[in-house]
Design a protein around this ligand. Structure first.
Ligand code: ASP
Length: 333
């Protein structure tokens, strides 16, 4: 049977147009999905391919309203036996956040594969068409099932939990520094190295009822970036603005200065979830290293960077979990 892959388009540089191919200025999210499909030679050789436009934005303008619509559309489509996999085209700036959000909220073992491009569609050596071809090949591949949400860029297959954007302009921007690649894909030929071991998609406690009313209310969670002489009252500013939880993009192993520890500790003691993550690009944040998290009431993000930690904290808070339960989430997802 021919594979049926649905492409859900959200915008990004893969749909961007420059009109001055040798210069760097361009607008993301300009091309429609059908034009993108039509520009990829031989895409139809991979199966029945159809497209749907969910949004057309630069991913710096992605919103949770769009993301919830996207998840629920994916969950609806995945109920159809004749859909084998889904590709989501997306800007690269926030791709890791969307991939991780979908990893927690999609309720299916079938492949969901995000892809994008670092160069606009009409730039010299545009990378989008081959990325889209490879993403469709992975989504059509039964061996990609049960691996959670994947990201295909520049011949690499990344897991949503581990990938991160590391370069502002290079086509080799995404790396999976702590856990490594899930696999590779070369002109549609796939190879797999591992199954992501964290809970995801159909095994996630968030996914089974995510798209059933009442839809979860995702509370505001702010990220505060630690630095030398960090002002401790940034936390007060966030909470006064309505934040229900705080992620600290800490220095090193999730550190912050003494004044901020003191303020954050007071807020944690009165029930606010304070998650220590790190501004460092690789490595884990562990409990009780340079401060006593048990006494202070802090949560550590383990392997999640601040942007992904924020998403997990939002979902944990929407389920009204305690600080201890939320700490366990960071070890499981
Ligand atoms: N700013 C663009 C976006 O995230 C960058 C890209 O897609 O590469 O939509």
């Amino acid at each position: 049977m021919k594979s049926h892959v649905k492409i859900l388009a959200t915008g990004g540089t893969i749909a961007g147009i420059t009109r001055t191919p040798a210069r760097s200025g361009y607008h993301a999210g300009q091309m429609g999905i059908q034009d993108m499909i039509d520009t990829v030679p031989d895409l139809k050789s991979l199966g029945d391919i159809s497209g749907e436009q969910i949004a057309n934005v630069g991913s710096q303008d992605m919103t949770f309203e769009i993301l919830i619509r996207l998840t629920c559309r994916i969950n609806d489509l995945m109920k159809q036996d004749d859909i084998h996999g889904i590709v989501v085209t997306h800007g690269t700036d926030t791709m890791e956040e969307t991939a991780y959000f979908l990893n927690l909220s999609v309720n299916s073992p079938k492949p969901v594969v995000l892809t994008g491009a670092m160069r606009p569609a009409d730039a010299i050596s545009a990378d989008g068409p081959l990325n889209l071809f490879n993403a469709v090949a992975v989504a059509a591949d039964p061996n990609a099932r049960e691996r959670g949400v994947l990201v295909v860029m520049n011949d690499r297959i990344h897991g949503a939990h581990s990938l991160t954007k590391t370069n502002t302009t290079s086509v080799e921007t995404f790396l999976s520094p702590v856990n490594g690649l899930v696999g590779t894909v070369n002109y549609g030929k796939t190879a797999y190295f591992r199954f992501p071991f964290r809970r995801h998609t159909y095994l996630s406690e968030f996914s089974s009822r995510f798209c059933q009313p009442p839809h979860p209310l995702l509370p505001r969670v702010d990220i505060i970036y630690a630095c030398i002489d960090m002002p401790p009252d940034l936390i007060d500013f966030s909470l006064a603005g309505g934040a229900k939880g705080i992620v600290i993009a800490g220095d090193g192993n999730g550190n912050m200065n003494q004044a901020t520890i003191k303020n954050a500790g007071q807020k944690a003691a009165s029930g606010t979830c304070i998650v220590r993550s790190s501004r460092v690009p690789t490595g884990t944040v562990s409990r009780n290293v340079e401060m006593n998290d048990d006494t202070l009431g802090f949560i550590v993000s383990d392997e999640l960077n601040p942007a992904k930690a924020r998403i997990l904290l939002m979902l944990g808070l929407s389920n009204k979990y305690s600080q201890d339960q939320i700490q366990q989430l960071f070890y499981s997802y």
